[in-house]
Design a protein around this ligand. Structure first.
Ligand code: SF4
Ligand code: FE
Length: 482
């Protein structure tokens, strides 16, 4: 089947029978829900741009499995060029949508599972990679969205999966059958699940032999019986249900997260990619998070929008030439390019794994994500500084449209005379969206915790720091015998 258009993708979502809840109620038609639509638009855009001759160079690739042209989101990276293409795509999509476009978790899981299942099969004579290749061919042929689900709810962080008081706090196998397995558990913060056809489940931490039932990786359709989705609230989310488009800040696009509850969900054996091999769980987790960390080049794209918004706010406020404003914009650009540079660097330094799939340089990927846990916060702080307090105190769009009080707003919220007041209000709301509103979920807190919290990267940076080698270098120069 050819790649889908955005409209065909939305039609395919309509056929899903999701068991989704929001605000305590079942959502009968997610594709028509005003809070969900912007996030669906973002994913639909990843389909339309793949068919756009202007963007196909970043959005599409030749499948290494079938030789067909496919969306890059469903590809196993076969070269450094592929890894670099991903990073450039991430920034471009961030620029176009200023939000989380959700499909990268799936792509990064494909790559981790493809490479790791090969090595499990080599060690144990299992068929996991064969299962996975068949699955990925299906995903590519149908041009599907797959949500990668790694993060368990984790309960007491001081206890391993099998030592938790409630045994379901990490997803686990509760029954093994001839034809498959039955699982229980809950995955948290699941980006884009409501816009996904399938969910690819992976373990979330390295495991010991006693955690065997928790060492499981598989995929199922997102509407499989036993799965319940509970939509995550975002700051200012109900503004999407109001009339007008100013107050929401970014009315076209957005992201979402949800809880995925698995209550006795059956997984057929041909969709299982790891089942009990605890010694390979660490590799799978490390490869997924390794791939996902430079995916945060998306934040450099969103950062471009925020820097542009801050520069416009300065123009509209009449201070574009003030030296401290110029310096703040330089600082924002410097920080933003550092995110992009490290994402590119780990991709150029990527290498081939035994499966033939390419993996990024893990040290540089972790440096990239560590930057992401910090720099968007500083960029957001500077944007708020430049914008001024109006970004959080201006009246509603309905006040602007009110014939009695609207003229007061027009008159008194004007900045430079040549710019309509409405434009100034729009830019203030966009900055608010990205720093405090629905967009801040993706730009700020997800920058902190998505693809692993800061300490997770510091552990990896320590592991790859190679201090002994560096000590040797110093001894050589200082003429200290080894
Ligand atoms: Fe992709 Fe960025 Fe969203 Fe993660 S935060 S899913 S990398 S767009
Ligand atoms: Fe993420």
């Amino acid at each position: 089947m050819a790649m889908k258009t955005g409209a065909q993708y939305i039609e395919s979502l309509r056929k899903l029978n999701l068991n989704l809840y929001m605000f305590g109620e079942k959502v009968e038609s997610p594709v028509d829900h005003p809070i969900i639509i912007p996030s669906m638009n973002a994913v639909a855009m990843t389909y339309d741009l793949a068919l756009d001759p202007l963007h196909e160079d970043l959005m599409t690739v030749t499948s290494s499995l079938t030789g067909e042209k496919i969306n890059l989101f469903n590809h196993v990276f076969s070269s450094n060029k592929d890894l670099v293409q991903k990073v450039k795509r991430q920034r471009m999509l961030g620029q176009k949508m200023a939000c989380c476009f959700q499909r990268c978790v799936g792509q990064d899981s494909f790559n981790a599972v493809y490479a790791t299942s090969y090595e499990i099969d080599q060690a144990y004579g299992t068929d996991y990679q064969k299962n996975f290749i068949e699955y990925l061919k299906y995903v590519q042929a149908e041009d599907l969205v797959v949500d990668g689900a790694m993060t368990d709810v984790k309960g007491d962080r001081g206890l391993s999966p099998s030592k938790q008081v409630d045994p379901d706090l990490y997803l686990r196998v509760v029954e093994r059958r001839e034809d498959g397995i039955v699982v229980n558990g809950c995955k948290a913060h699941q980006t884009g699940i409501v816009n996904s056809h399938e969910v690819l489940v992976m373990p979330t931490v390295a495991m010991k032999p006693e955690d065997r039932d928790y060492a499981v990786c598989f995929s199922v359709p997102s509407d499989t019986p036993g799965i319940t989705l509970i939509y995550g609230r975002q700051s200012c989310d109900t503004r999407k249900m109001e009339e007008g488009d100013i107050d929401v800040g970014n009315s076209q696009f957005g992201g979402h997260e949800a809880l995925i509850v698995f209550d006795h969900v059956f997984v057929p054996k041909e969709r299982i990619f790891l089942n009990g091999e605890t010694d390979f769980v660490g590799m799978l987790v490390e490869r997924f998070s390794g791939h996902h960390r430079p995916s945060y080049a998306c934040k450099a794209g969103v950062g471009d929008v925020l820097i542009g918004a801050a520069a416009l706010a300065a123009d509209y406020n009449g201070v574009p030439k003030a030296s401290h404003i110029k310096d703040k914009l330089i600082e924002m650009t410097y920080l933003n390019e550092n995110i992009y540079a490290t994402a590119l660097a780990c991709s150029y330094e990527g290498f081939e794994t035994p499966s033939g799939a390419y993996l990024i340089d893990l040290l540089l990927a972790n440096v990239c994500k560590q930057n992401v846990t910090r720099f968007p916060y500083e960029i957001a702080r500077l944007a708020e500084d430049i914008a001024g307090g109006l970004m959080v105190t201006q009246p509603a769009e309905k006040d602007l449209r009110n014939p009695k009080i609207g003229p007061y707003i027009e008159k008194y919220l004007k900045g430079v005379d040549s710019v309509p007041t409405e434009n100034r209000m729009r830019i203030m709301r966009l900055i608010e969206n990205l720093t405090l509103g629905t967009g801040a979920v993706g730009y700020r807190t997800e920058s902190m915790h998505g693809a692993g919290s800061p300490q997770a990267q510091r552990v990896m940076i320590n592991r790859f720091a190679n201090l002994d080698y560096k000590k040797k270098l110093a001894k050589n120069i200082a003429k200290i015998p080894d």
